[in-house]
Every structure is written in C-alpha cells, then in structure tokens.
Design a protein around this ligand. Structure first.
Ligand SMILES: [Zn+2]
Length: 129
C-alpha cells in the first residue's frame, strides 16, 4: 500500500452490523440464528457501515458499481487476499470476508476509522482470535 497517512478524522461513521447490512437469517433453530448473527456482528465491528452509493468514507469516491469500474478510481484489490483500498485516497477495506462459523461474505467494506487510526484495541484484547 502507499504511504498514505490517516491522521484526518473523516466524518462520524457508524460501525457496521448485520442489521445495517440487512443480513437476515430466516430459517433454522432460533438459538443457532442468534449465535450466527452475534458472530456476524462481532466480525463486522471493525468495519464502517457503508455510506450511500458505496462511497469512500474519506474521499467520497464510489468504491463499487459502474462509475467506479469506468473511472478505475474505486476499490482496488491489494496483494493480500480479500484486502484492498480506495484507489483515490488509499483508505483500506476488505472485499472478501470469511466470518468464523458462519461463511463467506463478498462485499466491499471499508475499515472503521477507529481501527485504521489505531484507537481500537487489538483483536486479541477484544477476545477475537
Ligand atoms: Zn477514498
């Protein structure tokens, strides 16, 4: 990745959640559904809730869709599988998500500013593995 520094705080950004992404489980044991939704929310906590039109939370460039594809300035895949960044400003994101005990979600999500700026506790401190 480039030498981009993330010292500027972008506008207030909500943390991502299953409800925010409209992920719903409709079949199965209610206990299993509750556990799966909790696992999804735990996983998504390091990401920002996408803003309308999948715009970059730092520079506003659409990350996905026709305009981003035509202008080549949206989400750009990085060298690490599933990871990438905004091609315009370098804000990091992930496009392939392997949610433990749940499955794979393919959707570009940008990391929450607290995570990028180092304010969030490391994964081990939060009890994640
Ligand atoms: Zn950007």
């Amino acid at each position: 990745m480039s030498e981009t520094k993330f010292t500027e705080a972008p506008v207030a950004v909500e943390r991502c959640s299953a409800v925010g992404l409209e992920i719903r489980a409709t079949e199965g044991d209610p206990k299993d559904i509750a556990e799966a939704m909790a696992a999804i929310d735990k996983y998504l906590a390091i990401f920002a809730q996408p803003i309308p039109e999948m715009r970059c939370l730092k520079c506003g460039t659409p990350q996905t869709g026709l305009l981003a594809a035509m202008l080549h300035n949206g989400f750009q895949w990085g060298l690490v599988n599933g990871e990438g960044a905004c091609a315009t400003c370098g804000w990091p994101g992930r496009g392939i998500h392997r949610i433990p005990d749940v499955g794979v979600l393919e959707m570009v999500l940008q990391y929450h500013p607290d995570y990028v700026q180092g304010k969030a506790a490391p994964a081990k401190a939060r009890g994640e593995t």
